[in-house]
Design a protein around this ligand. Structure first.
Ligand SMILES: Nc1ncnc2c1ncn2[C@@H]1O[C@H](COP(=O)(O)OP(=O)(O)O)[C@@H](O)[C@H]1O
Ligand SMILES: [Mg+2]
Length: 368
């Protein structure tokens, strides 16, 4: 039986709303079509502002929730127009929403992703599943990462241990041991592109460091790198997840103090830190023989990928393209799959990853 689902994702980088049309046939899947729309600059800025504490948050949140919901709906409608599919043919949309706050470690933990699913269901006419993370948090989990269950479905091998590393704003990994299908591990490694994006934006006004060229020409500052790597997050045992609330330029400044450094050398140091956070996390869970596959926008940062290969001492590291899924579309495809899990009454979280007391059916369903 073939079943069409749409996955909608916009990560912490806030670079674009990614929309994937996925066909599930029995236990296989095929990415049929994709579409991306960029946030209008003013909305992107408002979302970034809302991601840190400020005044009048409820009003700003309410209005952005609606605007983001409309944009998510628009992205889905455009994808259908491009492909000639009708809403009736789509089983459901899985919408991650836009994260504006992730606080899984407070006394009263919470996480909040916006993009009103009422608007998505109403404007597209398609049943929408959203708010995937909070049920896991109620069950004592981090609410993140949620993609490992999809990685297990899509990428597990029965003969080779595999590690999937997603380099979005934050980086996270999934360890898929060949012999123990029930021992999937996964956690946030630390920063992905976010520190690089934030620093190049502050210094050069660019949204990201194209191919990592700017970092590539800088020099790593070893003593600063050592200090940054001592940050407790890197040494915390999983389950663990993080966000831009933690890894931001204030975090860098808290280690840098008043020291004057050449901006480009700081970028090189942050790139090396990002690579080290990822490789240390890989080394924690996987033996030398494990296959490593990268995904997320960070795979386009050639400098960062080279640093990861160098640190791991593995030139064979590839992207998920090798496994049949374009690295740009893994996350959106995962949310299509998570919507399918929910509608079929199946769990979407992995307690071994999030730390939840039990596996549970994720999200709220908004009928089309
Ligand atoms: N050509 C490129 N060169 C360097 N970095 C890139 C390039 N294209 C994308 N990126 C990085 O990828 C990020 C987006 O990755 P993505 O996986 O969409 O993250 P998120 O899930 O947080 O939205 C951008 O913010 C940027 O840092
Ligand atoms: Mg993105």
């Amino acid at each position: 039986m073939t079943q069409l689902y749409i996955g909608l994702m916009s990560g912490t980088s806030m670079d674009s709303i990614d929309c994937a049309l996925v066909n599930f046939v029995d236990s296989h899947f095929e990415l049929i079509a994709t579409h991306s729309i960029a946030y209008p600059e003013s909305i992107r800025q408002q979302l970034q502002t809302l991601s840190t504490p400020g005044s009048d948050e409820i009003n700003r949140l309410g209005q952005l929730d609606r605007q983001v919901g409309y944009l998510f709906a628009q992205a889905s409608i455009q994808l259908l127009d491009l492909t000639g599919h009708t809403p009736k043919e789509i089983c459901a949309i899985g919408s991650h929403g836009q994260n504006v706050r992730h606080q899984p470690n407070l006394e009263h933990p919470f996480t909040l992703q916006i993009g009103d699913p009422n608007a998505i269901a109403q404007l597209t006419g398609i049943t929408t599943v959203a708010d995937f993370r909070r049920r896991d948090i109620v069950n004592g989990g981090q609410g993140a990462p949620l993609t490992p269950a999809f990685h297990h479905f899509a990428f597990r091998s029965q003969t080779r241990d595999r590690v999937i590393v997603n380099i979005g704003g934050i980086s996270n990994l999934t360890y898929l041991p060949a012999n123990e299908p029930n021992v999937t591990l996964g956690f946030d490694c630390g920063p992905g592109n976010t520190l690089l994006d934030q620093w190049v934006y502050q210094c050069l006004g660019k949204a990201f460091d194209e191919q990592g060229n700017w970092a590539h020409q800088g020099e790593v500052l070893p003593s600063l790198l050592d200090k940054l790597l001592q940050d407790p997050f890197f040494h915390k045992k999983p389950p663990k997840s993080t966000g831009l609330e933690y890894f931001n330029l204030n975090w860098v400044t808290s280690y840098l103090g008043e020291t004057n450094v050449k901006p480009q050398n700081l970028q090189a140091t942050l790139a090396e830190l990002t690579a080290a956070g990822i490789v240390n996390a890989i080394n924690q869970v996987a033996s030398r023989s494990a296959e490593i596959y990268l995904c997320g926008g960070g795979v386009r940062n050639i400098d960062l990928v080279a640093r990861i290969k160098r640190r791991r001492g593995d030139t064979q590291i590839e992207t998920t393209s090798t496994l049949g899924l374009d690295p740009q579309w893994v996350e959106a495809t995962a949310f299509a799959w998570l919507a399918k899990q929910t509608l079929e009454g199946l769990p979407g979280n992995l307690p071994s990853v999030t730390g939840a007391k039990k596996a549970c059916i994720l999200g709220g369903v908004y009928l089309g």
